[in-house]
Design a protein. Sequence first.
Length: 348
Amino acid sequence: MTKSLLLLSLLPLSASAQDLAADWKASGQYFAWRSSLPENNGKEVQIFYSCLGDQAKPAILLLHGFPTSSFDYRLLALDLQSDFRLCLLDFPGYGFSDKPAGDYRYSLKADAELAWHFVTKVVPLKQFALLSHDRGDSVALAFLELYQAAAQPPFRITHQYILNGNVYLPLANLTDFQKRMLDPTKSAALVKTITPTMFAAGLGSSTYTPALKPDDPAVRAMAAIFAYQSGVEVLPATIQYLNERKKMETAYLQALARSDIPVTLIWGVHDMIAPMRVGDYVWTTALSARKAPGAFWIVPCGNHYVQHDQPQAIARIIRLTASKPEQAEPYNLSPDACAPVLIAHAGY
């Protein structure tokens, strides 16, 4: 560990950041969940969730990515909650949900089943849009497989929004940190060198545009959330979803290709982990030839966490697609230099 990183790790959380994380936790509540995976031996975990907005409004289920939490959607949810009912949860191992260590297996399939339980038993939704980011994209596609396999689904998915995520690993640009964390021979030693503050600062500096400074309230809040139940310690277990996704990515994209649900793909162009070539591949492989409606938007001033970088722009796209069909030709959403650009369109 360098001297600068060591000093950074010793910085106390600012009161404002502590309040930001605490306020997010206070906005939600918990339900109990038992994974269907036999290796988890029926262990009960507590799952954090929150629903914002009027129950009478159109609903959106938001699924977060690795290694963060539903807090990623805080700014987007604040914008959208006047017009939508927004339901979010933290998957096991993330955010303010339980983070069991030891032999507990974290799984995309199990999290899809968890999301199904959530929308049928915890906050029953008869119809909703599905919005996902990063790892959440893979959970959403596993969820879509469950939906397609159901003879009579108990709900209707009205729209699917897919934000930056490495849903096709051959085109991903995994960081050295991710590769080392995936390696069981290296991850245990690596985890011991990391603090929640360091980890949050690293994400802030590399995956947001503009880059977030270590004292940014959002970074400090992330650090507080990573510190909850020693979240950094379970990173070697939670990141194994990449191996599961590698096995399933072709099937996931095939499910997307045969789906009749309208899909809007939204990509921040500054993402170097899930670069634009991934979004291009998803569009070309799974969406461009569908008869069902599809659209591909790029966000010029967005990075990997595009929903944080440009929440108003993302909210505007969602409101636009919820109210009327997409324009057929490519266009800029507004004259602003950071405005999203519709670059491809199909099925309308």
